[in-house]
Write a protein that binds this ligand. Structure first.
Ligand SMILES: Nc1ncnc2c1ncn2[C@@H]1O[C@H](COP(=O)(O)OP(=O)(O)OP(=O)(O)O)[C@@H](O)[C@H]1O
Length: 276
């Protein structure tokens, strides 16, 4: 893997037709950090990630990758830096699992180059990293949702990115593979930006979190600073207790069945805490 990359999103606004998806969002992910993007359904997480991996062009603002405007970089150069694991669409690969993972090597090769020994080694290592060796020869199309998700993560690993962007990578995964995948992300010598719904996984595995609400950043900071009962009531409308777990040292959220207290004040401004 190459040296980790710095990602900087500066005042990004995204629209689709008349619909504003994200407004004036700024965030940074420093080299080697795992930064989580959390927020309710429809808050703009996937849209923001699409701007980062260059599918949805910002109407305003910049996405910088090691200082360079990501939208002006040659696509191949960006693909050598950034890999994305996006929400799965319908099956679209009539390929074996190993072939799908090998596609991750494409940005590092010239047209018509075959796989060399290093490509083969990296593909096998990526398959092993997500526990997919046993089904490497099967058709991707016939895998379960969780197996497919792991293969798509392996493809991103084979790409050897220095910046990895993932949209709900734990979707479909059983608890063992959720922990394995997020643990793996932490150990990568890459910068990671990951959208997650599971706040306890986010709390444990992310260095910092950004909370999106209605397309804007409403809070940012370390998990312990951000994941407060007040924020959870305000942003998600849920009642919760938050304790620092004695074994993990990370905040642990317990959701309670009762309604949250009525918010005392209108939406809070962005709170960037120390260390963010
Ligand atoms: N192309 C589009 N045209 C119109 N509206 C869109 C488009 N893409 C997304 N939206 C809307 O923008 C909002 C943000 O969507 P987005 O997928 O970014 O949210 P999200 O936070 O990732 O949600 P989820 O947690 O449900 O995956 C939603 O209300 C969505 O319906």
């Amino acid at each position: 893997m190459t040296t980790a990359t710095e990602l900087s999103v500066e005042g990004v606004t995204l629209t689709a037709g008349a619909h504003r998806l994200v407004r004036d969002v700024s965030l940074t992910a420093r080299p080697g950090e795992v930064v989580g993007l959390v927020g309710p359904n429809g808050s703009g997480k996937s849209s923001l990630l699409r701007a980062v991996y260059r599918v949805l062009r910002p109407d305003a603002g910049l996405v910088r990758v090691d200082g360079a405007d990501a939208w002006r970089l040659p696509p191949r150069r960006l693909a050598r830096t950034l890999a994305a694991v996006v929400q799965q669409s319908a099956a679209d690969f009539d390929l074996s699992v190993r072939d799908v993972v090998a596609m991750g090597r494409t940005p590092h090769k010239r047209l018509l180059d075959g796989d060399d020994a290093e490509d083969v080694r990296l593909v096998e290592a990526a398959l092993a990293a997500v526990d997919a060796v046993d089904f490497a020869d099967r058709s991707f199309d016939r895998l379960s949702g969780g197996e497919r998700q792991r293969v798509l993560i392996a493809r991103a690993l084979a790409q050897q990115p220095s910046l990895l962007v993932l949209d709900e990578p734990t979707n479909h995964l059983d608890v063992r593979h959720q922990l394995d995948v997020l643990g793996l992300l932490r150990r990568l010598p890459a910068t990671v930006l990951v959208a997650l719904h599971d706040l306890n996984l986010a709390a444990y595995h992310c260095d910092r979190l950004y909370v999106l609400r209605d397309g804007e950043v409403t809070a940012a900071g370390t998990p312990v600073d951000v994941l407060t009962p007040h924020l959870l009531a305000e942003v998600y409308g849920v009642s919760a207790e938050v304790e620092v777990h004695p074994r993990t040292g990370a905040p642990h959220v317990t959701f309670l069945p009762d309604a949250p207290p009525a918010p005392a004040a209108p939406a809070a401004p962005v709170r960037e805490h120390a260390g963010s």
